[in-house]
Design a protein around this ligand. Structure first.
Ligand SMILES: Cc1cc2nc3c(=O)[nH]c(=O)nc-3n(C[C@H](O)[C@H](O)[C@H](O)COP(=O)(O)OP(=O)(O)OC[C@H]3O[C@@H](n4cnc5c(N)ncnc54)[C@H](O)[C@@H]3O)c2cc1C
Length: 418
């Protein structure tokens, strides 16, 4: 929707193909209780933002769908819904786009299919005894879907901690397997942590200002939840209600889950990183004369870890009935048949969303240009840049094919059949 709006602003004819309805991922791939973990004011699409009376609140999933739906109507986005793109390949004049509703050809193609198309499941899942139910966050809706009995939630970033909290409170004892994670308080010195990360420039950090961008692109999300209470949901909050924490899931052999012995170190590292973030915030507040306007600096109790967390769990004894794989998401590019835009691991080769294949661009990639690129609050800068790039190419083509500056037809998508 963001790129559609930016193209319309430049009078660039286009069509948006969507396999479901507008806001499809929010309609079909999220659990019932999910709220945005970004505050309402941080939903900022080109020319469109939050106008309600709760800017610091967190939208529910139906509210996000309504927000994006309304945007599509306000900008009169030319969306063709129920049209799944099955493959994209290069042809002499641009791209051949095959959909389940027919073929399209275009000179210019923007892929905005999201950074979270597939739930990642570790290879060791193959060793899980078949008597257990396993589920990903894309299939999970609420605890009633699960059998009574214990649940192993694997992964302790935003999704894992939210599901562990909800499932444990439903009366199913949760064991949470904790790997690398990033702890953060919801509120710091009276302000939302996302407010701090926004004003201090953390979200605006560019890919080329980061020491190791490959690693940064793989980092997990912050341990955060959006709730009406603006509560912090970290491992201490979870262990205080009885969630049991264990180390990273290292393997499943002979029906036994094996956990790494690194839990204490992982938690210490996460506490350290949170401390660094808070130090940077305090420094910024001092440098910018904010100390009188916000609360006092403070530090949080270290993450509590039991002395000898178990290194194994027998999955055949009935203690665990369900495993939830909260082990991240990845994009799906399997349908893009243009080898020169993929690296060896299938990720997209691009600079700021512009690929080596002329006319093929992306919007919504993780760290496309800045840390915030794949979030609702920051995509507009990337969308504006991509629209500008497309416009410049169009103008260059027009100038080359029309030396006297005569107006030429815009190169919109040409339907071959429908
Ligand atoms: C659990 C979860 C929580 C999140 N919480 C937040 C949050 O609090 N704040 C925030 O800013 N971001 C959040 N995000 C990230 C969020 O997904 C993005 O901010 C936002 O949805 C990205 O929009 P997008 O259009 O790039 O991708 P998506 O919302 O994923 O949209 C991609 C669209 O492309 C369509 N599509 C995909 N493949 C095809 C195809 N082959 N043919 C046709 N159509 C196709 C999909 O149906 C979908 O509608 C969250 C993500 C997840 C998974």
């Amino acid at each position: 929707m963001a790129i559609s709006r930016c193209l319309t602003d430049r009078s660039i004819e286009h069509v948006v193909l969507e396999r479901g309805e507008v806001a499809n991922s929010w309609r079909t791939e999220r659990w019932d209780s999910l709220r945005l973990l970004t505050p309402n004011w941080q939903s900022r699409l080109p020319g469109y933002g939050y106008e309600g009376d709760d800017p610091d609140g967190f939208r529910t999933t139906p509210e996000i769908v309504a927000f994006i739906d309304r945007y599509a109507r306000v900008i009169s986005a030319p969306v063709q819904t129920r049209t799944r793109v099955i493959s994209v390949r290069g042809i002499d004049s641009g791209y051949q786009v095959t959909t389940d509703q027919g073929e399209w050809r275009c000179r210019t193609l923007v892929l905005a299919t999201g950074a979270c198309n597939v739930a990642c499941v570790p290879a060791c899942a193959a060793g899980v005894p078949p008597s257990l139910r396993t589920i990903t966050p894309m299939e999970y809706r609420n605890p009633d879907q699960l059998e009574p009995g214990g649940v192993l939630v694997v992964g302790a970033s935003a999704t894992g901690i939210q599901l562990a909290n909800e499932i444990h409170r439903s009366g199913r004892p949760v064991t949470l397997s904790v790997g690398e994670h990033i702890r953060a308080p919801r509120i710091y010195r009276g302000k939302d942590i996302h407010w701090w990360m926004d004003v201090t420039g953390v979200f605006h950090e560019r890919y080329d200002q980061i020491e190791d961008i490959v690693r940064a692109r793989r980092l997990p999300s912050l341990q955060l939840v959006g709730s009406p209470e603006h509560a912090t949901l970290d491992l201490n909050a979870l262990t205080s209600i009885g969630v049991k924490t264990v180390g990273r899931l290292a393997g499943v052999n002979d029906g036994k889950a094996q956990f790494s012995g690194s839990l204490r170190n992982q938690c210490a590292l996460s506490d350290l990183k949170m401390g660094r973030l808070l130090d940077a915030i305090d420094l910024w507040a001092t440098d910018n004369g904010m100390n009188g306007e916000v609360g006092e600096p403070m530090r949080f109790a270290p993450t509590m870890v039991e002395d000898s967390p178990p290194l194994g769990l027998d999955l055949t004894r009935g203690e665990i009935e369900t495993i939830v794989w909260a082990t991240g998401y990845r994009p799906d590019y399997s349908w893009i048949d243009i080898p020169e835009v993929k690296d060896g691991s299938g990720l997209i080769l691009h600079r700021r969303g512009v690929t080596p294949s002329p006319g093929l661009t992306f919007v919504g990639l993780t760290w496309q240009h800045t840390r915030g690129s794949a979030l609702l609050g920051f995509v507009k800068e990337d969308a504006a840049f991509i629209a500008e790039t497309i416009d410049a190419r169009r103008n260059k083509d027009a100038a080359e094919s029309s030396p006297e500056g005569v107006e030429v037809e815009p190169t919109g998508p040409i339907p071959l059949r429908s």
